[in-house]
Design a protein around this ligand. Structure first.
Ligand code: MF3
Ligand code: CO
Length: 245
């Protein structure tokens, strides 16, 4: 899984480098697809429950599962790129919300707080703790910054299949939920919005929106619980000093 995660992290970096004003989501989808295949891996989302693309590209108030189209990205957009791959039978899953050029201060803060919430949850992913400890840490960080925890979607176990038990909610009560054990692997994926609201689906049956102007962000990594604590399987470690509040 760590190898799958490394290949996914590299593929995400290729997509990230291509995000700029004028690029289309469909072009980014192609870049992700080619990056995965070039590494001998398989796009996990293409055809998954009928999903028609390699990546989900969720722009501004779209929170998850936006389908790549031909509308060029614009300066000031924020875009969540979310995708997964399979390598030697093992899955890895990762999402980042990326700024397109220069974005507004509120959008920047939302993106930063959502990432910080991931690290707060990550720190709780210890053997002997409970899933509620992870969930509560994520929720507390997002809410203390004045943002809204998106509740309609959750993280998930992952391994030799894409979505497994247990669920990994981004809200909950410390001390509750399944006990965490070394060897568990899951996708921790905080989603936050500027203000309270419910996600609703567009007519395509996939695209989930928070509603007009209610920007949303996400930060997802695949992680493992080890005897020594949490281990990152996708993404790069950040220095603890940069995780504030
Ligand atoms: N990558 C998403 C997740 O974090 C799932 C996307 S659903 C798909 O679980 F159909 F687009 F693959
Ligand atoms: Co996921």
């Amino acid at each position: 899984m760590a190898e799958a995660g490394r290949l996914l992290t590299e593929s995400m970096a290729e997509v990230g480098r291509a995000v700029r004003p004028g690029v289309t989501p469909r072009e980014l989808d192609r870049i992700a697809h080619d990056a995965i295949v070039a590494r001998g891996a398989i796009p996990a989302q293409l055809g998954y429950q009928g999903y028609p693309a390699t990546i989900c590209l969720s722009k501004n108030e779209i929170v998850v599962h936006g389908i790549p189209d031909d509308v060029p990205l614009r300066e000031g957009d924020i875009v969540t790129v979310d995708f997964a791959l399979i390598f030697r039978g093992f899955y890895a899953d990762m999402a980042r919300t990326l700024p397109v050029g220069t974005v507004g201060a509120e959008a920047q803060l939302l993106v930063r707080v959502t990432e910080e919430a991931f690290w707060k949850g990550f720190a709780e992913a210890q053997p002997g703790k409970r899933m509620g400890d992870v969930s509560a840490a994520v929720q507390r960080h997002i809410e203390s910054a004045g943002f809204w925890v998106v509740r309609e979607f959750v993280g998930h176990g992952i391994g030799t299949s894409f979505h497994e038990d247990p669920q990994v909610p981004n809200y909950g009560r410390a001390g509750r939920g399944p006990q965490l054990r070394a060897g568990m692997t899951f996708a921790l994926e905080p989603m936050a919005a500027l203000r309270a609201g419910n996600a609703s689906f567009l007519k395509d049956g996939w695209t989930a929106t928070m509603g007009r102007g209610n920007l949303a962000a996400q930060y997802e990594n695949t992680i493992a619980i080890t005897d020594d604590g949490p281990q990152l399987l996708t993404g790069n470690p950040v220095p603890a000093a940069s995780v504030s509040r």
